[in-house]
Design a binder for this molecule. Sequence first.
Ligand SMILES: C[S@@+](CC[C@H](N)C(=O)[O-])C[C@H]1O[C@@H](n2cnc3c(N)ncnc32)[C@H](O)[C@@H]1O
Length: 197
Amino acid sequence: MTTAVTPHNNLVNLAHQKIAARLSNGSIAIDATIGNGHDTLWLAEHVTPQGLVYGFDIQVAALTATRHRLQNADLLKNIRLIQANHAELIQHIPLEHHGHIAACMFNLGYLPGADKNIVTQTDSTISALNAVLAILSPAGLISILAYPGHSGGDIETQAVNDWSAQLDRNEFTVSEYLSTYQKPSAPKLLIIEKKSA
Ligand SMILES: C[S@@+](CC[C@H](N)C(=O)[O-])C[C@H]1O[C@@H](n2cnc3c(N)ncnc32)[C@H](O)[C@@H]1O
C-alpha cells in the first residue's frame, strides 16, 4: 500500500505515530541509526520507566550527542548505546531480549552536520534489517526512513524496497509512505509490521 503525505517532517511524525501504538512501559526497542539522538530520546520516552532502547551508530560523535540528550532528559537508565555497525546488532542484544523487540527505527543516510561520506550502506542496511526481523516480537514494527537524494541513497532506497517486496505477506504487512514533493529524490518511509502470533 502506498500513501502520499506532506513533507519530510511528517514522515518522521508518521513513523513515531505508528511506533507509539506498539510501545508502552517496559517495551524493548532499537534505534539502528541514533545520529543526534532525537529518535532515541523519543523511543526512551515511550518505554520508560521500565523499558529499554538499544541504540547503534558507527560514529562516536553520535553516541556522545545522544548520551548528552538522554542525560538531560534523565533517561540514561533506559538506553544502551553501542558503537557498532547495525549489521552486527544481534550479537549486542542479550538472548533474553531476542523475540521481544517491539519496534526498531532506521533513519538512513548521514549524520546531519557531520561528514556526509559516513553514510549508511546498502549491504549493511539489508543485513541489519534481516537481523531485526529475526528478533522482532509478534506484532513488532520496523520503520525505515530512506533518502534517495544523496549519492548512493537511490540504490539503498531501491534495495530496501526490493527487500520489503519479498517479505512473506502472511507474516508481514508492508506500507509505503511518500512525500508529496513528488521528486525522485524525495524521502520515503516504509513500515513493516509483523503479524501477531
Ligand atoms: C540520518 S542519521 C540518523 C538521525 C537520527 N535518527 C536522529 O534522530 O538524529 C544516520 C546515522 O546512521 C549512522 N550510520 C551509518 N552507517 C551505520 C551503520 N552501518 N551502523 C549504524 N549506524 C550507521 C550514521 O553515522 C548517522 O549518524
